[in-house]
Design a protein around this ligand. Sequence first.
Ligand code: NAD
Length: 352
Amino acid sequence: MTYHIAVIRGDGIGPEIIDAALCVLNRVGTRFGHAFHYQFVEAGGCAIDRYGVPLPDESLAACKASDAVLLGAVGGPKWDTLPDDMRPEKALLGLRKELGLFANLRPATLLPELADASPLKDRVIGDGLDLLVVRELTGGIYFGDHGTGEDYAFDTETYHTYEVERIARCAFSLARERRGHLTSVDKANVLTSSKLWRRVVTEVAADFPDVRLDHLYVDNAAMQLATHPRQFDVILTSNLFGDILSDLAATITGSIGMLPSASLGEGTCGMYEPIHGSAPDIAGQNRANPLATILSAAMLLRSSLGLSEEAGAVERAVQAVLQKGYRTADLAAAGDAVLGTREMGEQVAALL
Ligand code: NAD
């Protein structure tokens, strides 16, 4: 069977980390007898340079026609002074909206091999962390009405019942497959949209009696993540809060270079990308950690292509590489074998 994957290399370290992930996917293809057809698509800063827009129509059409989208990262200082509608990040918002990708899944796992890389004390992280942030991705303040006047600016947070209900159902289903605990995060003591959020999540809970539901205010959630992160299984939250909390969750697991993400909608087509950005400070130096992108490719195999065995093999190969002591520069301590981006991809592929 041939699978069609739209590949957006993007900007900064994007091309390097994507090439490492494709090296691993190619090995999956050989080992398990699958054909992956890659359609390389431009979006972000490189598309602005070439076509004058961050998300050309042909790129969007190619993504819509594919089984899944694999993305490196977009953006960089070169495009920072462009007007908002022309910035590289607009490509991401456009893809999420146009592909209907309302659920952003961000697993934050601290592997025992990387315990020393966490900024938290041993007594806080215990024998590791394994939580999942489910972030609403196509509503809330990032998509609400916004504007400026002479001496004011505003952004509007709007949530409809159906938007909260569908992301809540997604999060409850995932919690049911994990440890059966869901924490919904909002600011219902202040925000009207959060009051609606809390009411709808509570209503959906009636259909998932086997899942334990807690509610936390976002300020408390941030504190709890830093002090007692092991209490969490699945965290469900809005677009803005999810953006911030998932970066915090990423940080406590050691390196932002380790964490994958999946953005899903109603169908099986999804977009998969590392949670980090284009890291312009290390671009072109073969220094970026490709493991978040490789683990994103594993999520793609499982969630969009239904290839769970292959996904598990990639995840085990990543762990095996770390067990052997190989590290990219962001993870390395004295005495570790430091690999470049390309070599790390080759090691994972070799251990598959
Ligand atoms: P960033 O994630 O790119 O970098 C933050 C820090 O983490 C840097 O020191 C960087 O070197 C390091 N880092 C990031 N990924 C790494 C990796 N794989 N291996 C090793 N180190 C890594 O965040 P930023 O500096 O705030 O943003 C840079 C650009 O990326 C901006 O233009 C921003 O808008 C864009 N951005 C894009 C996305 C995306 O494409 N999804 C997400 C976030 C930021």
